[in-house]
Design a binder for this molecule. Structure first.
Ligand code: DGJ
Length: 534
């Protein structure tokens, strides 16, 4: 059984945040913030991620205005949900858009990154002490405010900066940074690399000749600029986390603009110095006060999506997805994150988009809304069974007819509706059946006991067969007729939900026609429990 680091807690208990992130400008005013809370209610989510802007809370140096933060807290209490606040400080998406005017207009004091030509880049240099101190002071003031006014812990975590790094250059070429680049790489970092003996940073060091000491170019070759920037920004952010935690000890994390897509050029196609997969170790070593590094996964294809989950889900870094694309592909990918990579929380970006003008769910957003709703319903089960090998993702890739699951004493067969083929049988509440082309089967199958299964999701059915000898010589996915004659029988099949203590509460019973074609789920059925009879 894998130990999962449950970073998020509510009232001292592990908590699984499910929700969305508000659009960038929704935190400035109450009306738009409220729209985000309403959208969260539509997906049955429990956590809203929303920015706090340095430029708004500290319009003049040392003068703070907490009205927007207080409004968010009041809304969170009113809607009875939790918050993850995003500190839009020195960095936002690899630039400096959210620094206050008094920072932006004083480059002599708050120095910019300089390109090799000497041209200033729209990015605050992580090598500038004045910027670090100002950013840290403002972040600490936020922690202090939360400590004073958020006594019941609505805020469950803080994201420090947003997709930090430099867009426009691989590193800062200003005098301080240049001196740093030519100086020896800190001995503590070199010691960590040597001790690692594996991993992407270690491989870069190996490729550059595995020198015992040297400057950044000598130790990392072509990746020297990016490695130095990752070290510098990780150290800077860790300084904010260390000071902030001294005031308010809640989880703090860093999110990442992933670098793996497109041409993968640091500073051009992604911000250099962010915690991209090849620099992740540097962040883990140099930012010990940061609880986790979280990938913003906008990749839709399942292979790319899962590769990113795999890169960030490590024993020292549980997977948390703070942003993902609101498109349909993530409506099934998110179940893989939860089942195959033990994600400890999940959100998608631009939550306001799900609301139609009449307050209902926009039809284009229905799939992702349904998926989030199912994930939220399963959260208590995930807290209990992730890491045990008993949580299985159901994800209908294009043209996939079924999935076979190995469920202890049972074989499970997940079947999807197929264009031109049979549709998954449901009941009178779910008529007419949507066309198979219009949706995808997806969800989770969780085995709680030898004979006890919980299902969430939609557009699939699960049939179970005991693993009794003799085994069929053919794969059950192919030998459907034989399979049907040997189906297991149910003690009960019920729809329900998990209460606060994590106990299953029955809301509706099923039998007869409603179970003859397997155990099926729809997002509005909540959690379906099937107890099998030996
Ligand atoms: C990722 C950023 O972190 C968000 O703030 C937002 O800008 C989205 N990209 C837009 O897709």
């Amino acid at each position: 059984m894998a130990q999962i680091k449950r970073v998020f807690q509510v009232d001292g208990q592990p908590f699984f945040p499910v929700g969305g992130q508000a659009r960038n400008s929704s935190g400035y005013n109450q009306a738009e913030a409220e729209t985000a809370f309403q959208a969260l209610r539509l997906i049955h989510g429990n956590t809203l991620e929303i920015p706090v802007y340095w430029e708004q809370v500290e319009p003049e140096e040392g003068r703070f205005d907490w009205s927007a933060v207080d409004t968010l807290l009041a809304l969170a209490r009113g809607y009875d949900v939790r918050l993850v606040l995003l500190w839009f400080g020195a960095w936002k998406n690899g630039d400096m858009d959210y620094a206050p005017a008094w920072v932006k207009t004083n480059p002599a004091r708050f120095r910019r990154v300089l390109a090799p030509t000497g041209r200033p880049v729209w990015n605050l240099s992580s090598h500038c002490r004045a910027t670090f101190e100002a950013d840290r002071a403002a972040f600490c003031a936020l922690c202090q405010r939360l400590r004073e006014v958020d006594r019941n812990g609505r805020v469950i975590a803080l994201q420090i900066e947003n997709e930090p790094g430099i867009l426009g250059c691989d590193r800062d070429y200003g005098p301080e940074a240049q001196a740093q680049f030519e100086a020896p790489v800190p001995a503590e970092l070199v010691a960590k690399i040597k001790a690692a003996g594996a991993g992407r940073v270690w491989e870069l060091w190996q490729a550059a000749g595995a020198k015992a000491a040297g400057n950044w170019a000598e130790l990392f070759g072509w990746a020297g600029g990016e490695a130095m920037t990752a070290w510098s920004i990780a150290t800077y952010i860790d300084g904010l986390a260390e000071a902030g935690k001294g005031i308010l000890d809640i989880p703090m994390y860093v999110n990442v603009w992933l670098g793996e897509g497109s041409w993968a050029l640091a500073g051009e196609t992604y911000p250099s110095g962010g915690a991209v997969a090849k620099m992740l170790d540097i962040y883990k070593w140099c930012a010990p006060h940061i609880d986790l590094i979280a990938p913003d996964i906008y990749i839709g294809d399942s292979k790319g999506y899962e590769a990113m989950c795999a890169a960030y889900a490590r024993p020292d870094n549980p997977l948390f997805v703070p942003e993902s694309a609101p498109g349909n592909s993530n409506a099934w990918n998110l179940f893989k994150a939860a089942a195959d990579h033990d994600a400890i929380g999940y959100a998608f970006f631009a939550i306001e988009h799900v609301i139609a003008p009449d307050g209902s769910v926009r039809s284009e957003a229905q799939m992702i809304v349904d998926s989030l709703r199912c994930l939220a319903a399963a959260a208590p089960l995930l807290l209990r069974y992730q890491g045990t090998g008993r949580v299985h993702a159901v994800a209908q890739e294009e043209n996939l007819a079924g999935q076979r699951l190995d469920l202890g004493r049972y074989w499970g067969l997940v079947e999807f509706s197929q264009p031109g083929g049979p549709r998954v049988h449901r009941d009178w509440r779910h008529l007419p059946s949507p066309t198979p082309e219009a949706t995808r089967g997806r969800g989770l199958v969780i085995q709680a006991g030898e004979h006890e299964f919980y299902l969430v999701g939609g557009h699939y059915r699960l049939t179970l067969r005991p693993k009794l000898p003799p085994e069929p010589s053919r794969d059950p996915v192919e030998s459907r007729d034989y399979f049907i004659t040997r189906l297991a029988h149910y003690v009960t099949v019920d729809e329900g939900h998990l209460d606060e203590a994590g106990r299953f509460v029955i809301d509706r019973e099923r039998n007869g026609d409603e179970v003859d074609y397997g155990v099926w789920v729809e997002p509005d059925c909540g959690v379906v429990r099937a107890v099998m009879c030996e």
